[in-house]
Structures are given as C-alpha cells and as structure tokens.
Design a protein around this ligand. Structure first.
Ligand SMILES: N[C@@H](CCSC[C@H]1O[C@@H](n2cnc3c(=O)[nH]cnc32)[C@H](O)[C@@H]1O)C(=O)O
Ligand SMILES: [Zn+2]
Length: 432
C-alpha cells in the first residue's frame, strides 16, 4: 500500500465543523484511511500548512466542452440562445474540438478545486479520454435530442445514449460512471421516452436530464399532457433515487414532494439560471422537503466559468432572494450542496472527508487578504474563497495539482489548443 499524508492543515468534517488534522490516504485504493492529528506518517507528503482541506467539489451538471463557446453568445434567454447561437456552432464541433474543450474545462476545474463532474454532451469517448488522462472523476453520457429529427435519426440518438452509457461505465480505472441522457422533457418526444426509459432502467443505468428550467418549458407540457412536467416525468419512470435532473427552477409544491418521495436528485445551477433569466429555484423549500440537492455550473457558455466556489456563493445569495429570507441556504448548506449533495445525487462516494470515502480533496490556501480574519471558515468557503485560492487538488488518492501546478495535463498546451480550435470553429460556423 502506498500512502499520502496531507499534513499541517485544518480539515472540514462532514458535520461542517473544522478541526486541526492530517489526512492519510491509501493511494492504491484511492480512499481516505485516517483523519486526525495522530494520522500515520505516509510515504508521500503534501504540505497543507495554513490551509483548509476540503472535499473536492463536485460539479453536478456541466457540458464541459462548451468552454470553447465561452463568451461566444451572451445576454439572451435559453430558447433563443440555444437555437440562434449555440446549436448552429455545436453542429460544427468535431471530436478533436470536444477533446480540446474538455481538457480546457478539466484544467479549469482542477485549478479551482473540483475533482468530479457530471457531463452531458456528445463525442463522449473524447471526454472520457480527457478524464482518464487528467485523473479526475466523472459521470458521463451521450445526450439525445429527438425534436427536429426523423424517426430513424431520433431512434439512433436515443440508442447511442444507451450504448455509450453501457460502454464507458467503469472506464478510467473506475473513475468514470455513466448516465442515460434524454436532453429534456421537451426536446425528446414522449414516444421515445416511453420506449427508452424502461430499457435504460432494465440495463440498470441512472439517468440525467434537464427539467423545469424555464417557465416556457413548463406550459407546453401542461398543455400537451395535462399535468406538470415532473408528474409527466414520474409517469414515464424518470424519477428514482439513481436519477437526477438539472435545474428544477419552476417546480411547485407537489413536484417538490414527488422529488423528495422518489429520491430524485436536483442539480441547482444558479449562475446559469440568473444569466439566462430562467428564474430562481426554491432551494430552501426543496431542502426542507428532503430533496437531494446538488450544485452545478452548467456549461461555460451560460456561466461563464467552471469555478464551483462562485456557484456556492451564487446558491447562497439566490437562495435567500428566492425565499425572501436571509437565513435561507445558509453558508454550511451552500457548501453542502457542492460536496455531499452533488456526490449523493451523482451516486459517488466523494464529498466527505471520512475514512472509507474516495480520496478526492482540495486544499484551500487561507493566506489571501480577502480571507482575513478567520472567524468562521465555512463562511469563507461560502462567501469569500474563490477557485484561485486552491493550492493542491487530489483525486482518487493522486495529486493532480501541487502548489497550483497541474501535474497531469500541461496547462499552456491545453490553453493554446483550445483557443486555436475555438477560433477555427467559430470561423467555420460563420461560413455556413
Ligand atoms: N446530441 C445532441 C447534443 C446535445 S448535448 C447537450 C446540449 O445541451 C445544451 N445546453 C447547454 N446548456 C443548457 C441548458 O441550460 N438547458 C438546455 N440545454 C442546454 C448544449 O448546448 C448541448 O447542445 C444533438 O443532437 O444536438
Ligand atoms: Zn445544461
């Protein structure tokens, strides 16, 4: 057994208390062995003096390769943004583009303390290769859309979502798990959901989809099916403890109860919801009802970065505004969304610093003037820390970033390649 000792820091425990402790990690198993001042010596040492060791953050919903479209189209509502700007450019994306965009996004996440993410996209084997090389953990899948396609094309896309999920599950030494992904309740036709959701269920695949993101998406479902979106989703078999949906902005009390009773996870994406003016998710009400709520950035084109510390702060701020209550989505709850909440929704044993859990960790340097004084470190995590304060990042027991240097991918190459591909992509799309 090879061990790594993260020494000299303070540690955030699952009950959101902070104590002075070392963390000993079994690098072969990729698990946390021991937490405490008496933790064993360790074969390798990672200095955490003056730092706070936290669970690696879990980005519960993103489209990682959309980093290539960061800043390409801003200041529009969801529908127009997708149809006028994003989808036409995405039609030009090659496998190599997706690889470059995924590497850029993963480097950005490692540098801001995120060790796991859940992704929805296409050319997924490229994303899996990038995950494998970078050393992070991910829940991947191919997103299927059927609107605007003929029957053959629609069936093929749904089938690909199933096939990709079955094929990539367990890849990257087990750091990759997968989901079946109907894009949303309005972009996939009912007949396809009724055919494929039971098949995904039989295959034992968890599911990840967009739901109740905008008001404009709720009305057509009510008109067509005579029930609210999540009642419709429940009838199709989309609600279950293994499954999770992104957004859940426009949910009424009955839908919140459906989520709680079924154990379905909700990934809250506050920055994307604000930027596209989609609305304010009732996060405190969902938490009070016992819904599993995680946190995600959504794609970089609607955020516009993948820094989960921004997301934690946005969740706390927007949660208060949505509830009209300054005590709503308190600091510890907001941090909980990005750690244990997302991990639970995604079905991975990360997001908690405890023996037996995945050794997915980040060390936050507390030296910045912005983080002085230190009355309450959980408050700092929610309201003052940003990704640039992260000193080391560890996933599956391996050090991915040491003293801000990413060890698994060469940052300058990744950045240059992504910038070059993004420019060529936009030029190609403009020529259409
Ligand atoms: N196979 C699909 C591709 C879907 S990938 C997932 C899609 O979600 C899109 N997306 C990104 N953010 C959001 C959002 O907030 N709501 C809905 N879709 C989004 C993203 O641009 C991408 O097209 C096809 O035939 O086009
Ligand atoms: Zn999304």
């Amino acid at each position: 057994m090879t061990t790594l000792r993260i020494a000299g820091g303070q540690v955030l425990r699952p009950d959101m208390t902070v104590e002075r402790a070392d963390v000993l990690v079994d690098q072969d198993a990729g698990e946390i062995l021991e937490v405490g001042v008496e933790a064993g010596v360790g074969d390798e040492l990672l200095e955490a003096d003056g730092g706070l060791v936290i669970p690696g953050l879990v980005n519960g919903h993103t489209h990682v390769a959309m980093t290539l479209l960061r800043g390409y189209a801003d200041d529009k509502p969801l529908d127009a943004w997708l149809q006028e700007d994003i989808w036409p450019v995405e039609a030009e994306l090659t496998a190599e583009d997706v690889r470059a965009g995924a590497e850029l996004g993963i480097v950005e996440m490692i540098k801001s303390g995120t060790t796991a993410f859940s992704d929805m996209y296409f050319h997924v084997s490229e994303i899996a290769d990038a995950v494998d090389e970078a050393g992070v953990r991910a829940v991947l899948g191919h997103t299927a859309i059927t609107v605007g396609k003929d029957e053959e094309g629609a069936e093929a896309d749904m089938q690909e979502s199933l096939d990709v999920a079955l094929e990539l599950d367990g890849a990257a030494d087990g750091r990759i798990s997968t989901t079946f992904q109907p894009h949303s309740l309005t972009t996939v036709g009912e007949e396809y959901l009724r055919e494929f959701v039971p098949r995904a269920r039989e295959a034992g695949l968890p599911m990840h989809f967009h739901a109740n993101e905008t008001e404009g998406e709720v009305e057509p479902i009510v008109d067509e099916h005579g029930e609210r979106p999540l009642a419709y989703a429940d009838g199709i078999g989309l609600l279950s403890p293994e499954n999770f949906l992104a957004h859940g902005v426009h949910v009424d009390d009955e839908e919140i109860d459906l989520l709680a009773d079924s154990g379905t996870g909700v990934i809250h994406c506050p920055a994307s919801n604000m930027k596209l003016a989609s609305g304010m998710a009732p996060v405190q009400r969902m938490l009070d009802a016992g819904v599993t709520v995680g946190l995600g950035t959504d794609g970089a084109a609607s955020n516009n970065d993948l820094d989960m510390f921004d997301e934690i702060r946005d969740a706390a701020m927007l949660g208060k505004l949505a509830a009209d209550d300054a005590s709503a989505v308190a600091a510890a709850d907001a941090v909980g969304l990005a750690t244990a909440g997302s991990a639970q929704a995604l079905g991975i044993d990360s997001g908690r610093i405890e023996p037996g859990a995945n050794a997915d960790l980040a060390v936050v340097d507390l030296a910045a003037p912005r983080l002085t004084p230190q009355h309450d470190l959980v408050s700092h995590l929610a309201y003052a820390v940003n990704g640039g304060d992260v000193r080391h990042t560890i996933c599956d027991g391996d050090v991915l970033m040491r003293d801000r240097e990413v060890l698994t991918l060469y940052e300058p190459r990744v950045r240059d390649a992504a910038a070059e591909r993004a420019d060529a992509l936009v030029e190609r799309a403009g020529d259409e």
